[in-house]
Design a binder for this molecule. Structure first.
Ligand code: SIN
Ligand code: CO
Length: 396
């Protein structure tokens, strides 16, 4: 179950000592085979998937996030099949349910708050960043869960702590329970069950019904992938075009001809109107730019912390040459041919700069020597300094 976020971000991403995590695939599977055989197709359980994973989010940290107004959270509890939900910011009285009843606390957008979780996300970066939505973390008391439901997301449900029983069905009755405060299925007959232990994950493509019940105090980290709807893209594209049109461009008809019928919608009118919006005609290059900006656009409420006493370009280069550069926790960076898309802004750069941009986007940091090289680059250097001034990145 996913939602929209409102996030404030402060901390820079990761630390130099964050270990790199890689998925340990079972024999016969690999990233490539997973994409060919499972991605968007069929569920998969991988046991002991992330050797070296350390749970960096103790229960109290998750609760602290859930108390915040700028972080989206839900507390869900149930008696039998009757579910209740409290939306955040959570109050202590509600959070206390986690120790008394079958309850679960879900916090969205944890990746925009906690730099250390990027180590886990990096392990899933065999799926392109453009597809990733967020990391949602749930913390449940025994018996807790959000009930049987279907998501329109691909999701890796990673078991970080405790055990959870997942019951799934690919064929199911889609009727929803009208009385439930969440989009829950009225009837649910599981086809398969998997008991996940710490370190295991369950991958689910969109449209597979699932119900996860905590067997112990348990934490599940859901790495969710977004699939924008055609409507969402169309709405974004139209807004983008609207913004690109000159506001005072008006319909004008100086040589207006006398019409025989005043109610006739003339060819002249339609032609002039069409000419007026001609700049909106679909243009592939412009669309590429829109997609990059749209996908990296900060979520509502995200605020980047600009440095209080900013370093000039030289001082930044000197500092970065010692420690490297790191993206801010909530920064999103994608790139295409000659363009970097940073937090909804497009910057055109020469081809020689792009490998460094790619490295920064993929790893969320640049090492000391790469940073020095990047800051020396005549085009990338000023762009990096601008991003630093905006709080999009900082010396590591
Ligand atoms: C999900 O079903 O999408 C995740 C719910 C959870 O972590 O409890
Ligand atoms: Co779900």
């Amino acid at each position: 179950m996913k939602g929209r976020e409102r996030i404030l971000t402060r901390t820079p991403s990761g630390s130099a000592s964050t270990p790199r995590l890689r998925i340990r695939w079972p024999r016969g599977l690999s990233e490539r085979r997973f994409l060919a055989e499972h991605w968007q197709r069929k569920p998969l359980v991988v046991r002991g998937a992330l050797p070296g994973f350390r749970d960096c989010l103790p229960r109290r940290s998750l609760r602290a996030l859930a108390r915040r107004e700028d972080v989206e959270s839900r507390l869900v509890w149930h008696r039998g099949s009757r579910y209740r939900v409290a939306h955040g910011p959570q109050r202590d009285a509600d959070l206390a349910r986690l120790s008394t009843v079958d309850a679960t606390l879900l916090v969205q957008g944890v990746d925009r708050q906690v730099p250390a979780v990027h180590a886990l996300l990096e392990a899933f970066s065999f799926v392109p960043r453009a597809r990733r939505d967020d990391l949602m973390v749930s913390d449940a008391a025994p018996g807790g869960g959000v009930g049987p439901h279907v998501d329109s997301y691909d999701v890796f449900l990673f078991q970080a702590r405790g055990r959870r029983l997942w019951r799934i069905a690919r064929e199911f009755d889609p009727e929803l329970d009208e009385d439930a405060p969440l989009r829950l299925l009225r009837r649910f007959e599981p086809e398969e069950e998997f008991m996940l232990e710490p370190g295991d994950f369950l991958y689910l493509p969109p449209g597979v019904a699932h119900d996860g019940i905590a067997l112990d105090d348990c934490a599940t980290w859901s790495v969710g992938f977004r699939a924008p709807s055609a409507r969402e893209l169309a709405a974004g594209w139209c807004a983008w075009l609207e913004d690109s049109i000159q506001e005072d461009l008006l319909y004008a008809d100086p040589g207006l001809a006398l019409q025989r019928s005043a109610s006739w919608l003339s060819d002249d009118y339609v032609r002039t109107a069409a000419r007026l919006i001609h700049p909106l005609a679909f243009d592939r290059r412009r669309f590429e730019r829109f997609v990059g900006c749209h996908l990296t656009e900060p979520r509502d409420g995200v605020v980047f912390d600009a440095p209080r006493r900013p370093l000039g370009p030289e001082a930044l280069a000197a500092r970065a040459a010692q420690r490297g550069l790191a993206l801010a926790t909530a920064s999103a960076l994608l790139w295409r041919t000659n363009t970097a898309f940073m937090n909804g802004e497009a910057v055109d750069l020469p081809p020689a700069a792009m490998p460094l941009v790619a490295r920064l986007g993929d790893r969320r940091r640049l090492g000391a020597s790469d940073s020095a090289r990047a800051l020396r680059n005549r085009s990338l250097g000023p762009a990096l300094h601008d991003w630093y001034l905006a709080g999009y990145l900082a010396p590591a």
